[in-house]
Each structure stands twice: as structure tokens, then as C-alpha cells.
Ligand binder design. Structure first.
Ligand SMILES: [Zn+2]
Length: 135
């Protein structure tokens, strides 16, 4: 009879769930393409909602309609900016600068990139910029 501890020792260890390394470009490219598509869809929906709302407004527009249009416009502007950030990130991936801080050229930790792939700066440079802004 084999002791349970010997069985446990012989069992292969589960593979660690390592985040994709920067070298695995196809994984980053797929992730960014997916984010780009999601952001494009969000922008399209907001643009259509703005268009529909603008067409259904009474003339002259009531204050509530104006407020709703302004909110939709702000959301669409933010969605367009976010789409542009993902497009810029795809460009950095293509030119080899993805994952490098634009300020100091240090590597940005993979965990940060997984949370926000559009990140341009390392945590150290972000912290310095906050201190500078506050100071
Ligand atoms: Zn930096």
C-alpha cells in the first residue's frame, strides 16, 4: 500500500496560471482586438442613441432633452477617446513599444497591463506626475 503522502508527491503539480508574457504578442493582440470591438460597439450605440434623441426632441428643445443630449454627447466623446486609446495601444504593440513606459522606458508590470492594457506609464512615473500636479 502506498502512503497518501507519496501519492500526493507523485501527482503532477498544477500549472500556474501565469499572465501572458509580453512575448506572447498574439495573446495581447487578441485581447486588444476584443477590447477595440467592445469599445467600437459602445461608441456606435451611444452615437445612435444621441442621433435618435436629437431627432425626437421638440423644437425648441426642452431643458430635460438638452440635458439628455449633453449627457449622451459626453458619453460618446469618452467612448471615442477610449477607442482611440485602444487603437494607440495596438499601434504600440505593432511597433514594439507596448509594455514600456513612455516616460522612463521601464517595463510596465504585466499585472497592470492585464488590468488596463492601454496603460502608457509605469506606476513610478504616474506617482511622480501626481506629486508634480499636487505640488
Ligand atoms: Zn515610467
Amino acid at each position: 500500500m502506498t502512503a497518501p503522502s507519496a501519492i500526493a508527491a507523485a501527482r503532477p503539480r498544477p500549472a500556474l496560471q501565469a499572465p501572458p508574457a509580453l512575448a506572447t504578442i498574439p495573446a495581447w493582440h487578441s485581447l486588444l482586438e476584443e477590447r477595440w470591438q467592445q469599445r467600437l460597439n459602445a461608441l456606435t450605440e451611444l452615437a445612435l442613441a444621441y442621433h435618435d434623441a436629437a431627432e425626437s426632441c421638440a423644437r425648441p428643445a426642452a431643458a430635460a432633452d438638452t440635458a439628455r443630449l449633453e449627457k449622451l454627447l459626453r458619453q460618446a466623446t469618452a467612448a471615442r477617446r477610449a477607442l482611440g486609446e485602444t487603437e494607440d495601444t495596438l499601434a504600440r504593440l505593432a511597433d514594439g513599444s507596448f509594455g514600456r513606459c513612455e516616460q522612463c522606458s521601464e517595463s510596465i508590470p504585466t499585472a497592470e497591463l492585464l488590468t488596463e492594457p492601454e496603460t502608457r506609464y509605469c506606476g513610478k512615473c504616474v506617482a511622480i506626475s501626481w506629486v508634480t500636479l499636487a505640488g
